[in-house]
Design a protein around this ligand. Structure first.
Ligand code: NAD
Ligand code: GLY
Length: 369
């Protein structure tokens, strides 16, 4: 079984990738579970498919699982979702040395991680990611947050988990559209920093979204390795290295905002379109060739992800889309750094981008193709 270390001094932990991990929870968690009662936070969709497996594996070793089940969706990552979680954990008498289990996608992982960060000034937690996005991205690296009225993920903390168990079995019950959304984050690692992995995604990506276990294991392992490397280098996003993980997110966020953060465009679909736009904008600026931008577009399209913004039928023009970018978390003293490409596998931070030029580019994109 692939085991990837996240090398952070004093907070190092393992990410294990394989099948049957939830069915083997007591052995996997070992001494991290130090009391009979084990607090587990999940959502209704995940509970429907995986609560039974977790319940049985813990009970078989003499544990008494305690469940808090949220409604699915971003709504749980809210002040009220956080309050409910903290009150419940206090009722469970969780102590600082205990570990809370987060069983679910990025929503449950981010919410549970943030609750763990502030409960009694910080207690332990274990990530049990069940969506592809959570396995390759959100469960690793310690970013935790809830949403605020002013925007997504604006209230949070860096708080690393003690262990991550990415059980590939869970991907079998994930809706196909969610699987494709997670794949956008997989191919992102190739586009931003590993041309060889991009080549692999080009050839094998359809297998990942098609449910092939071997391809999924390889994709999750390579993605986690890439993320672990970046997090170990720049845990708190201060050197610019970790910021590269936001490739496609500035363009994508503008599209998500314009579509009202709705089912019309899910986050991973926004990231997919955002990466196409970042690649084409990089070509417009002369950083990469149009042929490389076309390869990226084709690989995203081949995975069943959206690759043309004209197809969204937006009422907005380029200026209106660019205006959404002014609320980006990366805004720094009035300038917005863009993550662009010098080649496939060579992302960099460009602090000299004019939003007017981006708006003109988006106007062309809204009409062309
Ligand atoms: P999610 O947690 O909402 O899961 C997507 C949907 O799939 C939900 O309906 C969920 O109930 C369902 N689901 C999850 N696993 C399932 C399974 N195995 N079987 C059946 N249904 C399942 O969303 P997500 O895409 O996993 O994560 C998105 C969240 O992650 C966002 O809030 C985003 O801000 C956050 N995020 C955080 C980081 C980070 O570094 N912390 C990185 C990327 C994204
Ligand atoms: N998902 C971006 C990060 O973890 O930094």
């Amino acid at each position: 079984m692939p085991v990837i270390g996240v090398a952070l001094a004093g907070r190092a932990y393992e990410v294990r990738v394989g099948g049957g991990l939830l069915a083997d929870l007591p052995a996997q968690c070992g001494k991290l579970l130090r009391k009979r009662r084990v607090p587990i936070i999940t959502d209704e969709n995940v509970a429907e498919s995986w609560r039974g497996v977790v319940q049985q594996s813990l009970e078989s070793a003499g544990f008494e699982p305690q469940w808090l089940v949220h409604a699915p969706g971003e709504g749980a990552k809210s002040w009220s979702g956080l309050e409910r979680t903290l009150d419940w954990l206090l009722g469970q008498e969780v102590e600082r040395g205990d570990h809370i289990l987060a069983l679910g996608g990025g929503v449950i992982g981010d919410l549970t991680g943030f609750a763990a960060a502030i409960l009694k000034r910080g207690c332990g937690f274990i990530q049990l990611p069940t969506s592809l996005l959570a396995q390759v991205d959100s469960s690793v690296g310690g970013k935790t947050a809830i949403n605020a009225a002013a925007g997504k993920n604006l209230v949070g903390a860096f708080h690393q988990p003690a262990l991550v168990l990415a059980d590939l079995d869970t991907l079998a019950t994930l809706p196909a559209r969610e699987l494709r959304c997670g794949y956008a984050e997989v191919i992102k690692y190739g586009i931003l920093g590993d041309r060889t992995f991009f080549d692999w995604c080009e050839a094998e990506g359809a297998k990942v979204v098609g449910g092939d276990r071997t391809a999924q294991q390889y994709a999750v392992t390579k993605s986690v390795e890439a993320k672990a490397r970046i997090v170990a280098e720049d845990e708190r996003e201060t050197t610019g290295k970790r910021a590269l993980l936001n490739l496609g997110h500035t363009f994508g966020h503008a599209l998500e905002a314009e579509t009202g953060f709705s089912d019309k465009l899910l986050h991973g679909e926004g990231v997919a379109l955002g990466m196409v736009l970042a690649a084409r904008y990089s070509a417009r600026r002369g950083y990469i060739g149009v042929d490389d931008a076309a390869r990226i577009t084709a690989a995203i399209d081949a995975a069943g992800l959206p690759s043309e913004i004209a197809a969204l039928g937006l009422a907005a023009d380029g200026r209106a889309l660019a205006a959404h970018m002014l609320h980006d978390k990366k805004m720094d003293a009035g300038t917005l750094p863009f993550i662009l490409l010098r080649g496939i596998g060579e992302a960099f931070l460009d602090k000299e981008v004019s939003l007017g030029d981006v708006a003109a580019f988006l106007d062309e994109e809204l009409q062309a193709h």
